[in-house]
Design a protein around this ligand. Structure first.
Ligand code: PGA
Length: 264
C-alpha cells in the first residue's frame, strides 16, 4: 500500500526559492524513515527543470506539473504539453484542479483529453475532483464527484485506470477562503469513490486545508490513501513535518493490520 503525500506550490516561488526548497527537502528526507509514504511535489512549470536537477534520480520524490495541454505540440500560445513537462522532469501531471476549472475554463472534457495525454506519454495523471458548497449543502457531493470522475476517466482501459491518482478536493475546503472539512463530512464521498474506483486506481487522495493538526485524522478516514496539500507544505519544513506525520500514521495503520483500499 502506498500513501501518497504531495504538494502543489500553485503560482509561487522564484527559481532560487524552488532550488532552496528542493535542497531543504532532500536534506530533511535524508534522516527520515518514509516507509509506505511516497512524496510528490508540483512546482510551477518554470521551476520543473531546476527542481528535477536538485532532486536527481534517486530521491524517491515524484515531480509533477500543475497542468499540461492535451496536444503534444502546435499553435497553442501560452500552453505547455505533456512531452514538454516530461522533458523538464515531470513524472506526474495534476489535472482539473478547481482553480483551473473556475478561472481558466477547464471542463470535464478538456480534463479527459489531458488525462489521456498524460497516460499516452507514461506520466501519472493526478485527477482533481470536488463539489462546490451549494452542492454539498443540497446533499449532492457523492453524485457530483462520481460524475466528474466518470467524465474525466471515460474510455480508459483497466490498465490505464490503474495508473491514475484521484484527489478529492471539495471546493469549499480549498485555500485561504476555504474551511477544513470535518472527517465525518468525508466518509460519504470517500465511500462512494472507493466503491467506484477503490480497487481500480492507484490511489484516492484528500486535499483542502490539510495541515499538521488534521493530517493524521484525515489519513485515518477509510479509503484515504494520501494527502494533497497546498499552503501547509509551501515551506519545506512544513512539508517535512507532514511527511513525518504521514509515515507515523501509515506505520501505525500497518501494524493495526488495516487492509489497503487500493491495489497500489
Ligand atoms: P490548500 O490547497 O491546502 O492550501 O487548501 C489545497 C489544494 O488546492 O490542492
Amino acid at each position: 500500500m502506498t500513501v501518497w503525500v504531495g504538494t502543489s506550490w500553485k503560482m509561487n516561488k522564484s527559481l532560487a526559492e524552488a532550488e532552496r526548497y528542493a535542497e531543504d527537502l532532500l536534506r530533511g528526507l535524508g534522516g527520515m524513515e518514509l516507509g509506505a509514504v511516497r512524496p510528490f511535489i508540483i512546482p510551477p512549470a518554470t521551476a520543473l527543470s531546476t527542481v528535477a536537477e536538485v532532486l536527481g534520480s534517486g530521491s524517491g520524490v515524484l515531480l509533477g506539473a500543475q497542468n499540461a495541454h492535451w496536444e503534444d505540440h502546435g499553435a497553442w500560445t501560452g500552453e505547455v504539453s505533456v512531452p514538454q513537462v516530461a522533458d523538464a522532469g515531470a513524472q506526474l501531471v495534476e489535472l482539473g484542479h478547481s482553480e483551473r476549472r473556475e478561472h481558466f475554463g477547464e471542463t470535464d472534457e478538456t480534463v479527459r483529453l489531458k488525462v489521456a495525454a498524460a497516460l499516452r506519454h507514461g506520466l501519472t495523471p493526478l485527477l482533481c475532483i470536488g463539489e462546490p458548497a451549494a452542492v454539498r449543502d443540497a446533499g449532492g457531493s457523492a453524485g457530483f464527484i462520481l460524475d466528474q470522475a466518470a467524465r474525466a476517466l471515460h474510455g480508459l482501459t483497466p490498465g490505464q485506470l490503474s495508473r491514475v491518482l484521484i484527489a478529492y478536493e471539495p471546493v469549499w475546503a480549498i485555500g485561504a477562503a476555504g474551511r477544513p472539512a470535518a472527517p465525518e463530512e468525508l466518509h460519504g464521498p470517500f465511500a462512494a469513490l472507493a466503491s467506484a474506483y477503490g480497487q481500480q486506481v492507484a490511489g484516492l487522495l484528500y486535499g483542502g486545508s490539510v495541515n499538521e493538526e488534521n493530517a493524521a485524522a484525515l489519513l485515518g478516514i477509510p479509503h484515504v490513501d494520501g494527502l494533497f496539500i497546498g499552503r501547509a507544505a509551501w515551506q519545506a519544513d512544513g512539508y517535512l513535518r507532514l511527511l513525518e506525520t504521514a509515515a507515523r500514521t501509515a506505520a501505525l495503520r500497518h501494524r493495526a493490520g488495516s487492509a489497503p483500499t487500493t491495489t497500489s
